[in-house]
Design a protein around this ligand. Structure first.
Ligand code: FMN
Length: 343
């Protein structure tokens, strides 16, 4: 018998420590401001909420006198065909942040299995120490083409050690959350994260490209830095503010996405995350210029609610909502999505 997302959330609520995440029916940052360690946003939680509100403020333009009843939301990304432009976003230390029943390897395994089941990509986050990261990477088990690991801005030797694990696991896409230097706990760790200069970013991209892999720069919120990422050789720029966990009172990602897409969208692939909670939000992000989107917190709740089935059910729902929104705005496929459908 199939389980509904409501039931998945109910079970997740029983498994997750309520002091880390309130498992709200809509994950909007209202109940968890400052809850770090935990799933909240930094400080007042304003940036997390701004992400949600920035998408909520945008509206879709309804069009129904057309032939778009057969809608296809497939995306081809670097040669792989994906069922939809929605991926699971990375979480590094899921155990300290949600304190549920799953270990990091178990969480990673279920996330990957569920994403493969719906035909999309899972991301793996990074955390202090090589061993726990290696534990997550070990779960890739020959499925490297379905996974994007994100390695943080560690001092260089640590980055290289982790990158080699990723390359050995058979991944052909990886990236760096260049905003990770804003995570206070990691700045003070034995192998600290740092702010990277363009020169350091360039050197890392060169190393990754030497292995024939694609590289995503995650954590970009300005046109200026998007251009730097492109100049350094990024294959994709991911507009993101780490879900509001690195700066309080920051802008929502949907606010800055259009200008970034306008500036670099013809030179690189623009992706976005932060506050995307429905298929309509996904369509809004695409109409604002993104080629793909990522969802983080609800995906983590879904995995805790019903493991592989939880995430595949949650993502199947998002896909159905996206297809409906595309149909109602007259978009037969992703190529037909444009700024015309949003206001
Ligand atoms: C608990 C938690 C841990 C995270 N860990 C990482 C990480 O290790 N690497 C990373 O690139 N982003 C990390 N992020 C940021 C997410 O990947 C993503 O950018 C953001 O949460 C998207 O916003 P959403 O939760 O509103 O969908 C983390 C976010 C949360 C909530």
């Amino acid at each position: 018998m199939s389980v509904t997302t409501k039931e998945i959330w109910k079970t997740a609520g029983e498994k997750i420590n309520k002091n880390k995440c309130k498992v709200c029916p809509v994950c909007d940052g209202k109940a968890c401001g400052g809850l770090i360690p935990g799933m909240g946003g930094m400080g007042s939680g304003a940036t997390f909420r701004n992400n949600i509100e920035a998408f909520a403020k945008k509206n879709l333009v309804m069009r129904v006198l057309h032939e778009a009843s057969d809608v296809n939301c497939e995306l081809t990304l670097w040669g792989r065909k994906l069922s939809m432009p929605v991926f699971a976003a990375p979480i590094g230390d899921i155990v300290s942040q949600i304190d549920g029943h799953l270990s990091i390897p178990q969480y990673t395994q279920h996330l990957i299995d569920g994403c493969i089941k719906v035909g999309t990509l899972a991301s793996i986050g990074d955390l202090i120490g090589c061993e726990p990261f290696a534990g997550a990477i070990a779960e890739i088990k020959g499925r490297g083409k379905s996974v994007i690991p994100f390695i943080k801005t560690w001092v260089r030797d640590e980055f290289v050690k982790k990158f080699e694990l990723v390359a050995k696991a058979g991944c052909d896409i990886c990236g760096t959350d260049v905003d990770s230097a804003g995570l206070a706990g990691l700045r003070n760790s034995p192998t600290p994260v740092n702010f990277w200069t363009a020169k350091e970013l360039s050197a890392c991209i060169k190393k990754v490209k030497g292995f024939g892999m694609k590289y995503i720069v995650k954590g970009i919120m300005t046109v200026e830095e998007a251009k730097i990422a492109v100049d350094c050789g990024a294959d994709a720029v991911l507009v993101s503010n780490h879900g509001g966990r690195v700066l309080d009172y920051g802008q929502g990602t949907a606010e800055v996405l259009p200008e970034i897409a306008q500036a670099v969208g013809k030179l690189t692939i623009v992706m976005v995350d932060g506050g995307i909670r429905s298929g309509a939000d996904v369509l809004k992000a695409l109409a604002l210029g993104a080629k793909a989107t990522l969802i983080c917190r609800p995906a983590a709740i879904a995995v805790h609610g019903d493991e592989q089935n939880g995430i595949s059910t949650y993502f199947a729902n998002i896909k159905n909502e996206l297809i409906h929104a595309m149909r109602m705005t007259g978009c037969k496929n992703l190529d037909e999505v444009s700024g015309k459908i949003i206001c």
